[in-house]
Design a protein. Structure first.
Length: 866
């Protein structure tokens, strides 16, 4: 400093120290505006908030996770270089505490390099060699050298700081920052000045100084430690990233960074990526370190069952330091490659790093003609080689080597390796050869385990030795009762021998315990078997448990009304609201189901559903039938069968005499249809109805229909049943004029007859005459083929009117078939159309009424008694 003072004094610069040693006013032309800087640093220049880009949070996360690469910068990035004003604004925001150092570093790096400084994350397997990419030349370092005059001022500021004149030193540093904001020296001095007064501000200045001189690794480590002391983990992580960038081969930095990510952030992915990056940075000369950390990383990935990354880690050893490869390394790497099904790569590794030799008959297609497996080759590598050859389809070339293993190696000692060969043989369907290894293993004390017996059973199935397979599967189920996959296979074999009860028993599960896991495959197979052997009660219980996976169990009949909506979503919401109104959950107990890779298809479950409905109908359990049908409305699996499901719900309501819910369904079906069967079903529901809702429904529909239709017949029938005969007669006659149907003619006759039978009816004779006339019209319209039916119905009418002798005459005519050829229809459908028994029974009633019991008995014996 003294030398500088002597050399650079000019007439424009006066003495700054008086002879007595007192401080004189500093008069330097470059500091003409220092007086304006006598303010707090936070008021140096009014700050404006710099909003981070939308993806800044993701960028920060990438920085913290060591996920950043050496990527190329685009032309757009070059256009995003920051101006000095923007850099100054961002710096002020950081110093004022408006952003973290991680955000500050991110923005400044983006402005300087067009892309944040990143640590590579190569997600592709390292075994795949990529062509070299042309990388854009990054901008030169952001650090600027101080001009000569400012170097002198910087020296003077340091001198003032050393003398304890901090205010003067601060003003000098601020002037230097104003002139050259990207020079680190002023920030370093400010950091030292504020170290004792304001440690936080000192740390901020130190971070900016380090950012402007990023090659100082020790500086970044020191800042990381200070950040950890302040529990600023994100800032510490950023500092370690900067330290790694400045010294990419420093193993301790990666260790510290990885430990920080795992212990404080709990981020295992970033922990692994730190070591992955270390392996990529290490070269051949770092072979000991590379081998150590490659094995460590492979072990960690193996524990996570991520064999692809484990293989990539081991590949670093084979590609960068092949001279350090050992047999153990080859064995581990080959195991990973076999698990990844990279058999050709595995074969190349075994050939190049062991004494194993292979002769190719076709070098281009890599067809193996013969192979040489030295005796001194470790058995682990022999097994890896045999498995690889099996998977590549060269079974014949390794048969001799497999026989040698069977003859000379102990199964008790190398059972795990034998199992690897068994798996390879089973994969290529060489079940007979696999059985040779398995027969040795099942006789070993240490390997007579369920997994070995399971392979033994599967090989017998592959060899079509079903009885031996059954015995093996039975041993598996005894050793491991919870292994339901084996039970399903055993039940399948039982089915082949028609041992259905055995299959049902082996598939039984405890469905009462909510903590018990229910295996769907076993449940489905048991359900089908129960139906096959006609154990219907158990079948219904098992089927309902099967459906409970995707259906909501209905507790009470009142819940049915919640299922009348047209969409599944609304039906579920209605059920939830209903249960919520009573303060209870939608499902009482939810069983835990285990789905296999091939669960029953929707169509298979729909067939089980139809069988359950049929069984409930067959057992006349109409309440269960209705519950099953409406439960199906809560299933997403049956949504494609909603039309058929609605029909089943309607039929279940009819069979269960549930006219209320039946009416809710049928009224939606008949609104816009002319299907006769639907109106017949509506008529059935109306006949069993306990209320009069159908009257209002029919009247509303009548207001929309102009022409006469089935609706008018229903209305007339309703009037007839309710006793309003005149309204019924009006509708029937109007319909008969348009459609002279025999049924309408008979109904008109019945209406007149009912009116004539009333106690206070006037003109009874005319009413009866009209009734008989329309009944005669009905008989004519039915034709000679249905003469038996018309005679029987006319006889019933006369019987009701009290004309017994005339009624007997018509009943006697009903006892005879129509004359040929009109009797063909009746004789072909005797069970449906023959009404001689009904006519004979009515005749016996008349004879009993008149006291002629002999004739009554005669007709009973002749036509009714079997």
């Amino acid at each position: 400093m003294e030398e500088w003072d002597a050399k650079d004094k000019t007439p424009e610069t006066e003495e700054v120290m008086e002879p007595a040693g007192e401080i004189a006013p500093v008069i330097i032309e470059e500091l003409s505006q220092v007086d304006a800087l006598r303010v707090d640093i936070n008021e140096f220049v009014e700050a404006t908030i710099c909003h981070l880009p939308p993806d800044s949070s993701n960028r920060d996360e990438e920085d913290n996770n060591l996920v950043i690469g050496t990527g190329q910068a685009s032309d757009d990035d070059e256009n995003q270089a920051m101006t000095p004003e923007e850099e100054a604004r961002i710096t002020r925001q950081f110093l004022n505490g408006e952003m973290t150092f991680s955000d500050f570093s991110l923005l400044m790096d983006r402005g300087a390099d067009g892309d944040p400084q990143q640590v590579a994350d190569d997600r592709k397997p390292s075994m795949v060699k990529e062509p070299p990419r042309k990388r854009r030349r990054r901008n030169q370092s952001r650090r600027q050298q101080l001009p000569t005059a400012l170097k002198g001022l910087m020296g003077e500021a340091n001198l003032q700081y050393a003398r304890g004149h901090n205010e003067v030193a601060i003003r000098m540093c601020m002037e230097i920052i104003r002139e050259v904001p990207s020079a680190p020296e002023a920030y370093q001095t400010l950091s030292m000045i504020y170290e004792s007064e304001d440690p936080e501000k000192a740390l901020h200045f130190a971070l900016i100084a380090a950012h402007l001189s990023p090659k100082d690794c020790d500086q970044w480590i020191n800042l990381a430690n200070k950040s950890l002391q302040r529990r600023d983990l994100r800032q510490a992580i950023t500092c370690y990233l900067k330290a790694i960038a400045s010294n990419p081969k420093n193993v301790a930095l990666y260790e510290a960074y990885a430990k920080l990510q795992l212990d404080y952030n709990g981020d295992e992915e970033a922990y692994f990526k730190a070591y992955k990056k270390l392996l990529k940075k290490l070269d051949t000369e770092d072979n000991e370190v590379l081998v150590h950390y490659a094995k460590k990383l492979a072990k960690m990935y193996t524990e996570k069952e991520n064999y692809l990354e484990a293989a990539n880690a081991m590949d670093q050893i084979f590609s960068k330091c092949p001279s350090r490869v050992t047999y153990d390394d080859v064995n581990i790497y080959a195991e990973f490659l076999i698990k990844l099904k990279k058999f050709r790569r595995c074969l190349d590794i075994l050939i190049s790093h062991t004494g194993i030799g292979v002769k190719y008959s076709d070098d281009e297609r890599k067809i193996v003609e013969s192979c040489c497996l030295p005796d001194d080759t470790p058995i682990d590598l022999k097994v890896r080689f045999i498995v690889t050859m099996l998977e590549l389809g060269f079974t014949e070339q390794v048969l001799g080597h497999m026989d040698a293993l069977l003859a000379y190696e102990e199964a008790e000692k190398f059972g795990d390796l034998f199992l690897d060969i068994v798996d390879g043989l089973m994969h290529v369907q060489e079940y007979t050869r696999a059985l040779k290894f398995l027969e040795l293993l099942i006789r070993c004390k240490n390997y007579s385990m369920p997994a070995v017996w399971l392979r033994y059973a599967e090989c017998h199935v592959g060899c079509r030795q079903l009885k031996e397979a059954i015995l093996a599967y039975e041993i598996v189920t005894k050793l491991s009762p919870e292994l339901f996959d084996a039970k399903v296979h055993l039940a399948t074999l039982y089915k082949c021998f028609k041992m259905y009860d055995w299959a049902i028993n082996i598939l039984e599960q405890n469905m009462e315990d909510p903590n018990q896991i229910i295996y769907v495959d076993a449940l489905y197979m048991r359900t089908t078997l129960l139906y096959k052997v006609e154990r219907y009660e158990e079948f219904l219980q098992s089927a309902q448990v099967l459906f409970s996976r995707h259906c909501i169990k209905l507790r009470e009949k009142a819940q049915v009304k919640c299922l009348m909506a047209t969409t599944l979503k609304i039906r579920i919401e209605n059920l939830q609201k209903y249960c919520l109104s009573f303060g209870r959950p939608l499902q009482d107990t939810v069983l835990t189901f285990h789905e296999s890779k091939t669960p029953p298809t929707d169509q298979q479950e729909w067939l089980i559903f139809l069988k359950a409905c049929h069984v409930a109908y067959k057992l006349k359990k109409f309440g269960v039938l209705e519950r099953i049908c409406f439960t199906g409305l809560t299933s997403k699996k049956f949504e494609s069968q909603i039309r058929d499901l609605t029909w089943l719900c309607l039929l279940s309501c009819i069979y269960n005499n549930d006219s209320f819910n039946g009416h809710n369904i049928i009224r939606e079906l008949v609104r816009d249809t002319h299907e006769q069967n639907l109106w017949n079903l509506l008529n059935i529901v109306v006949q069993k109805a306990d209320d009069t809702r159908h009257n209002r429904f029919i009247m509303r529909l009548l207001g929309r229909v102009d022409a006469y239709s089935y609706l008018h017949i229903l209305q007339a029938n309703n009037c007839l049943v309710s006793g309003t005969y005149k309204y019924a007669l009006n509708d029937y006659v109007s319909l008969f004029k348009l459609y002279p149907d025999p049924l309408i003619a008979m109904l008109i006759g019945v209406t007149f007859m009912q009116m004539g039978c009333q106690k206070f009816a006037t003109k009874k004779h005319q009413l009866v005459s009209q009734a008989l006339a329309f009944l005669k019209k009905y008989a004519d319209l039915r034709g000679p083929e249905m003469k038996q039916e018309s005679n029987y119905n006319i006889g019933r009418a006369l019987h009701q009117l009290g004309f017994l002798s005339t009624a007997l005459n018509f009943y006697k005519q009903a006892l005879e078939f129509p004359e040929p050829p009109h009797d063909k229809i009746i004789k072909e459908n005797l069970d449906l159309l023959d009404i001689r028994r009904e006519a004979a029974f009515n005749m016996h009633l008349i004879y009993l009424q008149t006291g002629n019991k002999e004739l009554a008995r005669m007709y009973l014996h002749e036509f009714i008694v079997v």
